[in-house]
Write a protein that binds this ligand. Structure first.
Ligand code: ZN
Ligand code: ZN
Length: 162
């Protein structure tokens, strides 16, 4: 199997919204990075997919005052995330106070440096934009994965090679 290489930049990772009112740092290697092609992510990102970087909430420090957005997932689950009230850019999904599993996803397009990112896999490929191609080697799920363990494992392998 052909595993892509990821070279993690020196920590902390830094990012923020478009106007700079909300900035953040991440003090440890993220747990996984994947693209979500669900229609909710297409809408919230106003783009073709959500770029989700799964991270321990304890590793994230935020400057500024993001506001909370709430919506219902296709499963009916209630979700929330944070956005900049000045420029509207979505930054995080999950609670910065820490949820039951203390995980949040960083909307990875907000990183100052996105050049090193390679997705460990793709979820909700059943609603991916037509023409989007997935390699046979890639980890793909037509809908919600049962859990994120395989995506995290693949990400660890990619990091280990970097
Ligand atoms: Zn902003
Ligand atoms: Zn999604």
């Amino acid at each position: 199997m052909n595993v892509e290489t990821v070279i993690l930049p020196p920590l902390p990772l830094r990012g923020g919204c478009q106007c700079g009112a909300v900035r953040y740092t991440i003090d440890e290697a993220p747990l996984a990075f994947y693209l979500c092609h669900c229609t909710n992510c297409q809408r919230q990102s106003s783009s073709i997919a959500g770029a989700s970087m799964l991270t321990r909430v304890q590793a994230v420090s935020v400057e500024g005052r993001p506001r909370t957005a709430r919506w219902s997932a296709e499963s009916g689950a209630q979700k929330s995330g944070q956005f900049c009230p000045e420029c509207g850019v979505r930054l995080f999904h999950g609670s910065l106070e820490g949820g039951p599993d203390d995980r949040i996803t960083i909307k990875a397009g907000t990183l100052d440096d996105t050049s090193w990112l390679r997705p460990a896999g793709h979820i909700w490929t059943s609603s991916a934009m037509r023409g989007f191609r997935f390699d046979e080697d890639e980890l793909t799920y037509p809908r919600q994965p049962p859990d994120y363990e395989h995506l995290k494992e693949r990400w660890r392998q990619m990091l280990a090679q970097g």
